[in-house]
Design a protein around this ligand. Sequence first.
Ligand SMILES: Cc1cc2nc3c(=O)[nH]c(=O)nc-3n(C[C@H](O)[C@H](O)[C@H](O)COP(=O)(O)OP(=O)(O)OC[C@H]3O[C@@H](n4cnc5c(N)ncnc54)[C@H](O)[C@@H]3O)c2cc1C
Length: 273
Amino acid sequence: MNIPRSSFPRIVIIGGGFAGIALAKKLRNKNVQVVLLDKHNYHTFQPLLYQVATGGLEAGSIAYPIRKVVQDYDNFYFRLAQVKEIDTETRKVTADIGDLYYDYLVIATGSKTNYFGNKEIEKNSMAMKTIPQSLNIRSLILENFEQALLTNDINERLSLMNFVIVGGGPTGVELAGALAEMKKAILPKDYPDLDVRKMEINLIQGTDKILDAMSPKASRKAEEFLSGLGVSIWKNVRVTNYDGKTVTTNSDLTFESATVIWTAGVKGAAIKG
Ligand SMILES: Cc1cc2nc3c(=O)[nH]c(=O)nc-3n(C[C@H](O)[C@H](O)[C@H](O)COP(=O)(O)OP(=O)(O)OC[C@H]3O[C@@H](n4cnc5c(N)ncnc54)[C@H](O)[C@@H]3O)c2cc1C
């Protein structure tokens, strides 16, 4: 990877998210050589991805260049690299740009979307874990509305205007709220010749309350607020499949929708080895 040798021990950090950056800051100008690897050269402020997805913020507002964070650090190297494998025997990481040996390794790769093994849902739904994915959601929302204007098929139009969010945790709740605000304040102005009142936002939650990990009060307030904004909340419903047109569930409930956003869970972004 073209990193000079140093008399200090080498610490390799994989991941420039909150954890990796916090550690890099702590190690600043200490008696170690630090190599930070990330597959992006920017840090993503994930809590506001939903704002990018719904047009409230530009992508640049939540992406911060990693090189800018570490530019004054001594004996510090950043490399844009996707790590593919770790060999703990030889203390080597293998990335798309080559190999690197370490004395200490910190894996701070965060998490990725969990589809619980359902390949069809993975293929047909949208995820919201990265800036490119949020921009894809934003484009799809607007493309759907453009398409809804053009079609004479009422069922197709309703499907294009039906947004299904799977997972009533913080991400799904925030996204549902932001979509509802778009429906209220932005879309009627942008699409005056479309009946935007027909737009549906369906939030599907597998358990008996949204924001299940939070207090009963927070959950109740969120439900009241979203319902007031016109979001339909379906509790104790689990999505079993989505073929790109129809969402099926473990009950009789189905949804015809051109847009399913999957916010139903994450799993560790593990690296082979
Ligand atoms: C939509 C959304 C909203 C959220 N809202 C909140 C909130 O309001 N409050 C809150 O506290 N938390 C929130 N979170 C959770 C919070 O963002 C995460 O807990 C936090 O980002 C985890 O930090 P991390 O450093 O562990 O991982 P991440 O921030 O995910 O960083 C991991 C980094 O590793 C890099 N990486 C991964 N794999 C590799 C590889 N193989 N090679 C090289 N680089 C790699 C990635 O590019 C990334 O930069 C939200 C998350 C999402 C997705």
